[in-house]
Design a protein around this ligand. Structure first.
Ligand code: HSE
Length: 433
């Protein structure tokens, strides 16, 4: 074989970036792989918009079915996003014996096991480097570079939109709503940016990383997620006074039998390496039992970085096609993942430190009532700040605790929020050491 033919479905931001790299870097790609990778077909319903890249004559059409059934296409690249249609396209391509590359994290997180099963059955590759962390090569790192290890910890910032919003809130003092507007204007966020700011996007990515680390599809619905949409400028400033910054953190840990898996805003000490990941950047820290800590940093979204990841998958499949034998790599990187099962730890059992901001009346005895309830639940306070009188006698009382159990914290806050001296629901943020 002298060439590998590629068909892209979805000529949007990432589709255009992928096409551009395949066309403009064709020579270096050919030298690296040892055969020519040809962009043979691109399918999209929109045939008119300017994507800033001119495709060769006859490549662009609105005929996705024709592309999926074209016997000359070796690799189908799905870049339309969404669940239903994308799933049909990928299943059809795999069943037609074509290798598939996708950036669709939602689809893999929620329906990965079905698609991985079809790929394995048909002996073709289903590759998804672009689904997590855009241009950061974190999938290949977990599946190959770190394959000798038991993964002990994955901790990262995996949603660029939220990270951009939090950066604007902390560096420019913007309220949440204004920071979101800025993210939408710059094209980082959809309008409204629900799946980014409510933690779903990061949880999809975490599900994929957990599946790779532990060799079985992660039960996405069991992953705890909480977004940044309740955070206020006040919390950003209090965190700063305590020496922390707030990030939307993605965490997985091997607890031996269970996996801790959660996405939520977290306070990180300013000196923590992830505290210095700002703007729309992503970073992920992965620790293995033998390799120790490793760190990946880069642009988690956008035409060029995500296109770079998609093309890296196309190239690695092309190398396998060239080699001609034993082409299929199990999508989760385990030879036989069928017997494995991942159990996610209940959040009730999480043990961490906490930040509380109580909106309380400024009256004698309030602090002791709050402290009393925390004490009953074995929650030990490490610092307290009370700011001067603000709105009609309501003041923020801010506390940091030592490590406590989440179940106790939830129960204590329910009881505290029922006190008549509390004027609003208490804000709770988990604190990382
Ligand atoms: N919407 C994602 C983010 C990028 O903001 O990080 C695509 O995964």
């Amino acid at each position: 074989m002298k060439q590998v033919n590629v068909g892209i479905i979805g000529f949007g931001t990432v589709g255009a970036g992928t096409a551009e790299i395949l066309l403009k870097n064709r020579e270096i790609i050919k030298k690296r792989v040892g055969l020519d990778i040809i962009l043979k077909r691109v399918a999209d319903l929109d045939l008119d918009s300017d994507r800033g890249i001119t495709l060769p004559q006859g490549v662009l059409s609105n005929d996705a079915a024709g592309l999926l059934n074209d016997p000359e296409i070796d690799i189908v690249v799905e870049l339309i996003g969404g669940l239903t249609t994308a799933k049909q396209f990928i299943s059809t391509a795999l069943k037609n014996g074509k290798h598939v590359v996708t950036a669709n994290k939602a689809l893999l997180a929620e329906f990965g096991s079905e698609l991985y099963g079809i790929a394995s059955q048909k002996g073709v590759n289903l590759a998804y480097e672009a689904a997590v962390g855009g241009g950061m090569p974190v999938i290949v790192a977990l599946r190959e570079g770190l394959a000798a290890n038991n993964t002990t910890t994955i901790m990262g910032i995996l949603n660029g939109t939220s990270n951009y919003i939090l950066t604007r809130m902390s560096k420019d003092g913007l309220p949440y709503e204004e920071a979101v507007e800025g993210a939408i204007k710059l094209g980082y966020a959809e309008d409204p940016p629900t799946l980014d700011v409510d933690g779903t996007d990061a949880a999809h990515k975490l599900a994929i990383l957990i599946s790779l680390a532990y060799g079985a599809p992660a039960p996405f619905e069991s992953i705890y997620k909480e977004g940044i949409d309740k955070l206020t400028q006040e919390d950003i400033q209090f965190a700063d006074e305590f020496g922390y910054c707030i990030k939307l953190l993605t965490v997985a840990r091997d607890l031996g039998g269970e996996v801790e898996a959660r996405v939520h805003p977290a306070m990180l000490p300013k000196g923590h390496i992830l505290s210095n990941v700002n703007e729309a950047f992503n970073a992920v820290f992965i620790e293995g039992d033998y390799v120790g800590p490793t760190l990946y940093y880069g642009q988690g979204a956008g035409r060029r970085p995500t296109g770079s990841a998609v093309v890296s998958d196309i190239m690695s499949i092309a190398r396998k096609i060239k080699a001609g034998s034993d082409m299929q790599v199990c999508p989760l990187g385990f030879a036989d993942p069928s017997g494995q099962k991942i159990t996610i730890q209940s959040m009730k059992n999480l043990k961490t430190a906490y930040y509380f901001r109580f909106s309380a009346l400024d009256k004698p005895g309030v602090l002791s009532k709050i402290a009393g309830i925390l004490g009953e639940k074995n929650i030990s306070i490490s610092s307290v700040i009370q700011k001067g009188r603000e709105i009609e006698g309501v003041v923020p009382i801010v506390m940091l605790t030592h490590e406590a159990i989440e179940k106790d914290v939830t129960e204590a806050l329910e009881k505290i929020d029922r006190l008549d001296v509390l004027q609003d629901k208490t804000m709770m943020i988990r604190v990382m050491g």
